[in-house]
Each structure stands twice: as C-alpha cells, then as structure tokens.
Design a protein around this ligand. Structure first.
Ligand code: FAD
Length: 385
C-alpha cells in the first residue's frame, strides 16, 4: 500500500472526513482551515444509509449513531393546513438520522489525529510540478504529494486550478434555517405551493427547521429575518409558527440556494476537488455532506490501492463524477418541482393517492439507488512504517 503526505484545504465535514480517511490508510496530512476557530455553523442535517456506511468505514459509525436522532421527515408529509398526505406509524423503521451539524463535525474532528488541523490558514496560492504541490496560505507554506480542495462551494482551489469553471448557479430559491429548543417532534415535511417546511429532531430537546421558498434574486436580506420567515408561514399548521418563534433571533440563518454545473474533471495533476468544491448541490435530497463523506472514502481507497498518485486520482475522478453529478442533477430537478405550483398540485395528489405500504417501501434503507450505495473497503495501514 502506498503512503504519502497530503494537504487538505478546508475543515468542513468533507475536509475532516478526508483527513480521517487518509489517517486510516497510513497517510500523513494537514488540514488548513481559514476560520480562526474550527466548528460548523449552520443548523441541522440528515444522513442516509449510504453516508452512514461510510462513517462506519471511517470508524466513527457508532459515535454518529449515538449523536444522531431517527427522523421521520420523509414519512410524515403534510399540507400547510395540517392534513397528512402520508403518516409514519410510531415504531416504523426510518433510514434517516438527523444531526446538529456541530455534532457530526465534532465527532469527525475527534477522529483526526492531534496536530493535523491548522486554523486561521487561508489558502491563497497553489503550484504543482510532476513530483509535488506547493501550497501558500496566510502565514505559511508547505509542499505535499497531494492536495485536496475541500474548501466549499466558493472554492479557492477550484478558482486557481479550474479558472474556466462557471461560478455557482443560483437556483431561484432561498432558505431560512434554525434550531428551536423544542423536543419530541418526529420529523416532517410540509409541502406548500412553491415552498416547503422541514422539521428534524436533532436531540431530545431540540429541533432543526428549514423553510425553502422561491425568490427571483439572490442576496435579498431583511432587517428582521425571523419576523420575515414567520410572516411566510403564519397560517401554517402547528408547531411551525411556534418553532420559529421559539428560535433565538440571532440563530435564524438566511441563505440562498446554489449548486455547481458539472466540472469536466475533479482532478488536475496532483490536486483533487472534493465535496461542495467539486459538486455543490441543492439541499433537496439531503445528500451534499453525505456525498463529501463518500468522496473521502473512495479517494482513500484509490490511494491505498495504487502507488502512483495520478493513477489513483484518475480512479477517484472516474468513480465519483458520474454519481455525484447525477445527484446534483436529481436534487436540482427535485427543487424545481417543489418551486412550481403546478408540480406541487400533481405531487400532493400522487402522494395522497399512493398506498401507505408502497410509500413505506420507498423509505426502506435500500429504497433508492442513492441510499443503496456501498463504500469500498479501506485496508488497514501497514505497521512499522
Ligand atoms: C439548507 C441546506 C441544507 C442542507 N442539508 C443537508 C442534509 O440534510 N444532508 C447533507 O448531507 N447535506 C446537506 N446540505 C449540504 C451540506 O451542507 C454541504 O454539502 C456540506 O456542508 C459540504 O461540506 P464541505 O466540507 O464540502 O464544504 P464546507 O462545509 O463549505 O466547508 C468548506 C470549508 O473550507 C473552508 N475554506 C474555504 N476557503 C478556504 C481557503 N481558501 N483556505 C482554507 N479554508 C477554506 C471554509 O471555511 C469551510 O470550513 C445542506 C445544505 C444546505 C445549504
């Protein structure tokens, strides 16, 4: 098995998963994070069986299952007036675990070897030749055998080495998110016309909520974001207005939804893109972070099985591009449907008419191709190296 030295740019979920995966195969790495302190801002998220299997491969599956909360978001579909289109039964199995982002981030960080993460390090330049890559950041520089750009949707690594790549695409939708101090909710999605409201339980006494709706322009902001989102759903069923009202004002996040058009390659010489830097997607399939964790495992498996780094990176690119770009397309199409009043009428009719047993079948852990995906095996590092 080959081993080497890598620099990972970005200490989000994708970057940390990559560091853990590299450690598993006996590589050395440093993670450069521009923020002064490491930690996920943001609210909640769900992870599906494909990502949970990868967390098992990384050795943190048990910790993740202890931190996550089963959510019935896809089992409980409702209309704004409260009517259930589908309803999960108490005790039903569910394939999704919901997390506070910070909890998932923390458990990955705990699996990264001490001293690997450097904060306050914003990468500004990259140069590579046949044998190595030189990375420059605010206050330092170093060389490595391999650089992984896990620096998010507005990736500097992508801008430097993929100068022709188009900027992120605004998808005509905007989202408000928050964590409310409310326990005991099972998880649900309420489908309005051109908008939806998602609830996940993220601990015994906290719930994550997200309201996604259309907006022709990105960057529209309000003096009081909480009052604005509350206005949108004032007449929606309980506990939607209460959840927003219970969220501290400063904890309400407003962001616009973007994704990335497909890149022709995720690899340039000894540099690879990973996670949102490579394939940012709209949140409608709940897969963005999960796909970045998959990337990390596939990259490490390719490096472990192949002494030539360029060959290993080609394999990573060949395996990851079709799957992740199909997921970007699928999420974009799902989002377009939720934004269209005509599609809303069609979808709610279909969901309401679907027999409950058939609906539940689609929610089994192997209910769709994305969730069925199996990660490659990561060999243990050679000892005595
Ligand atoms: C509303 C919403 C809901 C979502 N829900 C889900 C969900 O339920 N499930 C799911 O799996 N995914 C979900 N996602 C997607 C998920 O948030 C992202 O796919 C995931 O966080 C991407 O991780 P990343 O590590 O690739 O990038 P990021 O999280 O963006 O991390 C990039 C890191 O790089 C750092 N950085 C940037 N530039 C530099 C630089 N030049 N030098 C050094 N460091 C740098 C940044 O500070 C940051 O820490 C959702 C997204 C949104 C917007």
């Amino acid at each position: 098995m080959s081993s080497g030295r890598a620099i990972v740019v970005g200490g989000g979920i994708g970057g940390l998963a990559t560091a853990v995966a590299l450690h598993r195969i006996g590589w050395q790495a440093v993670v450069l994070e521009r923020a002064a302190e490491l930690g996920e801002i943001g609210a909640g998220m769900s992870q599906a069986p494909n990502a949970m299997r990868c967390l098992d491969t990384l050795g943190v599956g048990d910790q993740a299952r202890a931190a996550g909360v089963p959510t019935y978001s896809t089992g409980n579909l409702r209309l704004p007036n409260g009517r259930h289109l589908q309803r999960a039964r108490p005790g039903d199995p569910t394939p999704l675990l919901a997390f506070h982002r910070a909890d998932l981030h923390r458990l990955l960080l705990e699996a990264v070897p001490a001293g690997w993460v450097r904060t306050g390090a914003e990468v500004t330049a990259l140069h590579q030749d046949r044998d190595q890559v030189t990375v420059t950041w605010t206050g330092g520089g170093a060389t490595a055998d391999l650089v992984i750009g896990a620096d998010g949707i507005r990736s500097t690594v992508r801008r430097l080495l993929w100068p022709d790549a188009p900027p992120p695409r605004y998808l005509g939708r905007t989202a408000w998110l928050g964590i409310a101090p409310t326990g005991g909710l099972p998880g649900s999605v309420t489908m309005g016309s051109g908008a939806y409201f998602l609830i996940h339980p993220v601990s015994r006494d906290r719930a994550y909520w997200a309201y996604v709706t259309t907006c022709p322009q990105p960057g529209v902001r309000h003096d009081d974001e909480k009052a604005t989102v509350l206005d949108h759903v004032r007449d929606w069923h309980d506990p939607i207005p209460e959840l927003i009202a219970a969220t501290p004002d400063e904890a309400v996040i407003h962001l616009d939804i973007h994704d990335l058009d497909p890149l022709p390659s995720y690899v340039n010489g000894r540099v690879a893109l990973l996670g949102d830097a490579a394939h940012a997607m709209s949140p409608d399939r709940g897969q963005g972070a999960g796909q970045s964790i998959e990337d990390a495992v596939v990259l490490a498996a390719a490096l472990a099985g192949q002494p030539a780094i360029e060959t290993a990176l080609r394999r990573y690119d060949t395996e990851r591009r079709p799957r992740t770009q199909a997921t970007v397309r699928g999420a974009r199409a799902d989002g377009r449907r939720t934004a269209s009043p005509a599609a809303h009428r069609w979808m709610t009719t279909m969901v309401r008419l679907m027999p409950a047993a058939l609906w539940r079948k689609g929610l089994a852990p192997d209910g769709n191709a994305t969730w069925r995906w199996q990660p490659p095996h990561l060999p243990a590092p050679d000892t005595g190296r």
